[in-house]
Structure formats: structure tokens, C-alpha cells
Write a protein that binds this ligand. Structure first.
Ligand SMILES: Cc1cc2nc3c(=O)[nH]c(=O)nc-3n(C[C@H](O)[C@H](O)[C@H](O)COP(=O)(O)OP(=O)(O)OC[C@H]3O[C@@H](n4cnc5c(N)ncnc54)[C@H](O)[C@@H]3O)c2cc1C
Length: 475
């Protein structure tokens, strides 16, 4: 066997000898996958087909000890490192070109304790893995809306979904985490141990180490919740968005409504004459009693003349996966996102005008209504700073043909620029693309300098830089 060439942090290359590789292999419970070997392509292929990177080697970990060994090699050889869990990073940071990929996707266990209402989750678990186990006990914690997303990356960026208004962000429900830091030591972070690290992990992304285990608080929910879609023709979009703004302001914490604007997909409950035409979709979920939900959703369901209203009680586990068919892996994707404290008429106009020029049938603009319990945590209570953002807009540009890259990306940027004057300036780090390094400081606002200080303590050489990077001061 010949020496292996692997990329270093300073962009030069180093060779890893067969002896070093064999020594590492002998210590692992998991495997090493080199280019062309079994598991290599599975590990490097992520949700966004825009990202096609070839790491120099992949360590497919099966436990914390494997992670420690991988981090030790990276630290000793100063290797470029990427961390992959669910592989949904829109920016592509879950894979590096030429470096060491620490693949956690095989570490998928979820253990629920229904007595203490807590769950211990490994980083390779997807939202579906977590939900299926927890909802088996009629328990849940706030997660996102696409069940193939990874728990790990979602949590470290903050995490929000259908129950965030009721139970807070995902990080507001994190009790502790076990982390392998840049010096290859495993530490526990919680309110009682390594408090600074725990604070930083809750929104600071993958900057501080490799999380090998998460412990979450769980809440009773369902098993059925009132949820579903109301689909409207797009010609009344401006009036409907003003009504949405009013309904959102008056909503109890249990009620979450998101708006999705796109060309109608060929969903079985949508009359065929609407397929391919612009529509405005209200997606709503009531995290509580079904009868109370019926009352709370009355105003939303009375708006305008919808094409269809398919709101009814659904198992929460099913509702959590309802958008999966529209969000399958393998398409090309480019996202731009803004937070809004309010949706001004000017913002509404800009968004509606843009939706009339969608560059491909799969593009969509969604506006998530957040706030509620999330907004009652202090801005410096965790690394996630903008607790006043009541709406999160994601311009989700999605297409198949690489020949459309330029047009689709330009469309997203135009909408983003036009909406910027009405936005708050902060942004959810997990919705940032790979070309937005200049937004990281704004994303964290007044929390940035504390985060940079914690980064200097835990990762002074910026080993973990394949992320929305918080640089250690002076580096
Ligand atoms: C289709 C789709 C729907 C989404 N919906 C939502 C939503 O409803 N709500 C929401 O909040 N977000 C949502 N997101 C964003 C999502 O939170 C991020 O993409 C997140 O990074 C996904 O986590 P992952 O584990 O799949 O990511 P990966 O791609 O595996 O990792 C992303 C990054 O997170 C860091 N990271 C991952 N695992 C670890 C670890 N164990 N230790 C240290 N660092 C780590 C690394 O920096 C890595 O580059 C969605 C994304 C997609 C693609």
C-alpha cells in the first residue's frame, strides 16, 4: 500500500504512511474509507447536490473513542477536517476537499427515558430516528420540518420547527452534550459543567468540537395534532400575507403557521388544473388539544377562498415528515435567508413580486412564524442571539439542471437584496449558504465576542473551521 496524500489546514498536503493508517484502523470500532472503497461515496454524498467534494480519507465512526482517534490524527497532522452527521448542511460544510472527513452518520442510537422525560441521542440520528422513538412514548422535543435532517447539525445551529413556539428552540431543550474537543479530550457540557462551552454549543454550530451525544428534555405531545395545509391561489397573496401577519401576532404559543409560496406541486389533493401554477400555502400545526386547535385555527381557515383545506388531526410523527416528498436529496439547492421582527407591507410586496418570477418549478419562498417560548429566553442566554425575530424567511432555490445554476442563484440573491432593507440583520446560521462568511458576525450580534473567546479556549488553532466559522481572535 502506498502513502496517502491528505490536505492540511494551511492548504498544503501531507502524506499519511500505511503504518499510521494501519495503527489508526486497529484502534477503531468503525472503519476507514479511502477513495474508491466501500462507504466512501455514501459518506461524502450530502443532501445538496451542488456539493461534490472528495475527502482524502473518511473515518466512519461508531463511537466516541473513534472520534477521539480521528481528532487526534487531525490535530497531530494539522489536517483539514469536516464533520458530517445528517449531511443536510446547505453550505456543504459537512464535507471537505482532500482532508479528513469524520463521518458520524452511523452513530444513530436514540434512547428515551419516559420517566425522566429525557432522550439521549447520538449525532448520526435523523429527525425521523428521534421522532419515531420519542413519539412512541407520546413525547417530543422541537425539531425541524424535514425528517431526513440530522439532529446534530440542526441542534448546534439552534433548531426550530412546529413546536418551537410552544417549547422553544431545540437548544432550549438541550440538557447536556458530550464533546470531543480539538485536543482530543472528551468533556461534558451542561449548566453545571463547562458552562461556557454549553452556552456556545447552543447555536454556535460545529465550532467547538465534535458532539458525540446529546441529552434532550421531552414534552408530552399527541400522538395526534391538528395540522395540515390550506392552499390559496396566488392572486390574493398580498392581502393574505397581511392577514397572516395579524393572525401570527394574535396566535397562542400552541399555534404555528408557516407560509410557503411556490408553483403548486402535483400533490394528490390539489386539483390538476392548479399543478404548476403559483400558490400560497398556509401550513399550520396546533401543539395541544385538538378541540382547542379547531378554535385557534378558525381565523386562518376562514381567510379568502382556498383551493383546498386539508387540515385535520394527524399523527405528529407523520406531520413531521409531511414535507419530505418536496425535500428529497439529490437536487441542486441555494438558500438565502433573512430574519424579520415584523413583515412590513414593503417586505410583503418585494416577496410577492419575486414569487411571480420563480426560476424553476421546485423553488419556494417560505416564511416561518417563530417567537412564543423561543422569544422568552434572554438574547444572551444561549449563543442564538436574535430572540426577537418573529419571522424567518428562507429563499429556497432548488433545481436539477447545472445549466440553471447562474439564473437560479441570481434570482435568490436579487430577492435577498431587495428584502434586506426590511429585515432585522440577523440570520439563522443553519440557513446560510457557503458564500456568506461575511454574515457570521451579524448572525451572532452581541454574542459574537463571547463566542470568539470560547473558540480561542477550546479550539485555538481553528481545527474545526468547516462551519459558519467563528475565528479565534488573532487567527
Ligand atoms: C431540507 C432541509 C430542511 C431543513 N429544515 C429545517 C428546519 O425545519 N428547522 C431547522 O432548524 N433547520 C432546518 N434545516 C437546516 C438544518 O438545521 C441544517 O442543515 C443542519 O446543519 C442539518 O444538520 P445535519 O446534522 O443534517 O448536518 P450536517 O451537514 O451533517 O452538518 C452540518 C454542520 O454541522 C456541524 N456538525 C454536524 N454534526 C456535528 C457534530 N456531531 N459535532 C459538531 N459539529 C457538527 C458541522 O459544522 C457540519 O458542517 C433544514 C435543512 C434542510 C436541508
Amino acid at each position: 500500500m502506498t502513502d496517502l496524500t491528505v490536505r492540511k489546514l494551511d492548504a498544503s498536503s501531507t502524506t499519511i504512511t500505511p503504518d499510521v493508517l494501519a495503527a489508526l484502523r486497529s484502534k477503531l470500532r468503525g472503519t476507514i474509507a479511502l477513495p474508491g472503497e466501500d462507504g466512501y461515496d455514501a459518506a461524502r454524498t450530502i443532501w445538496n447536490a451542488m456539493i461534490d467534494r472528495r475527502p482524502g480519507l473518511v473515518v466512519r465512526c461508531l463511537g466516541a473513542a473513534d472520534v477521539i482517534n480521528a481528532v487526534r490524527l487531525a490535530r497531530d497532522e494539522k489536517l483539514l477536517v469536516a464533520i458530517r452527521s445528517g449531511g443536510h448542511s446547505i453550505a456543504g460544510n459537512a464535507v471537505c476537499e482532500g482532508g479528513l472527513l469524520i463521518d458520524l452518520s452511523l452513530m444513530k442510537s436514540v434512547h428515551v427515558d419516559p420517566v425522566s422525560r429525557t432522550a439521549r441521542v447520538e449525532p448520526g440520528a435523523t429527525l425521523a430516528d428521534f421522532d419515531k422513538e420519542a413519539l412512541g412514548f407520546a413525547l417530543a422535543t422541537p425539531l425541524g420540518i424535514n425528517s431526513t435532517t440530522g439532529v446534530a447539525g440542526l441542534t448546534l445551529g439552534g433548531g426550530f420547527g412546529w413546536t418551537t413556539r410552544k417549547f422553544g428552540l431545540t437548544i432550549d431543550n438541550l440538557i447536556s452534550a458530550e464533546v470531543v474537543t480539538a485536543n482530543a479530550q472528551r468533556v461534558r457540557a451542561s449548566d453545571n459543567e463547562n458552562q461556557d462551552l454549553f452556552w456556545a454549543l447552543r447555536g454556535g454550530g460545529g465550532n467547538f468540537g465534535v458532539v458525540t451525544s446529546f441529552e434532550f428534555k421531552l414534552h408530552p405531545l399527541g400522538p395526534e395534532v391538528l395540522s395540515g395545509l390550506v392552499v390559496h391561489p396566488f392572486d390574493k397573496a398580498r392581502e393574505l400575507l397581511s392577514e397572516f401577519r395579524r393572525i401570527a401576532k394574535e396566535a397562542p404559543d400552541e399555534l404555528t403557521t408557516w407560509v410557503v409560496m411556490r408553483k403548486a406541486p402535483p400533490l394528490p389533493f390539489l386539483p390538476a388544473e392548479w399543478h404548476g401554477k403559483e400558490v400560497m400555502i398556509f401550513a399550520a400545526c396546533y401543539s395541544g388539544d385538538i378541540q382547542e386547535g379547531e378554535k385557534a385555527m378558525k381565523g386562518l381557515r376562514a381567510l379568502g377562498k382556498p383551493i383546498v383545506d386539508v387540515i385535520s388531526p394527524h399523527p405528529f410523527a407523520g406531520w413531521q415528515a409531511a414535507f419530505d416528498p418536496l425535500l428529497t436529496p439529490g437536487a441542486r439547492n441555494y438558500w438565502k435567508s433573512h430574519d424579520f421582527t415584523d413583515l412590513s407591507d414593503d417586505a410583503v410586496k418585494v416577496i410577492v413580486d419575486a414569487v411571480r418570477t420563480l426560476p424553476s418549478p421546485e423553488c419556494e419562498v417560505f416564511i416561518a412564524h417563530v417567537g412564543g417560548a423561543m422569544a422568552r429566553v434572554a438574547p444572551d442566554g444561549t449563543a442564538w442571539t436574535n430572540r426577537n425575530a418573529h419571522f424567518i424567511m428562507n429563499v429556497h432555490t432548488r433545481w436539477r439542471d447545472p445549466g440553471q445554476d447562474t439564473a437560479c442563484i441570481a434570482w435568490a440573491r436579487r430577492l435577498f437584496d431587495a428584502a434586506a432593507p426590511f429585515a432585522s440583520g440577523s440570520v439563522y446560521v443553519n440557513f446560510m449558504s457557503g458564500d456568506e462568511e461575511d454574515r457570521v458576525e451579524n448572525a451572532y450580534g452581541t454574542n459574537y465576542s463571547r463566542l470568539a473567546g470560547i473558540k480561542r479556549r477550546y479550539d485555538p488553532d481553528n481545527l474545526f473551521r468547516m462551519n459558519q466559522n467563528i475565528r479565534p481572535p488573532g487567527r
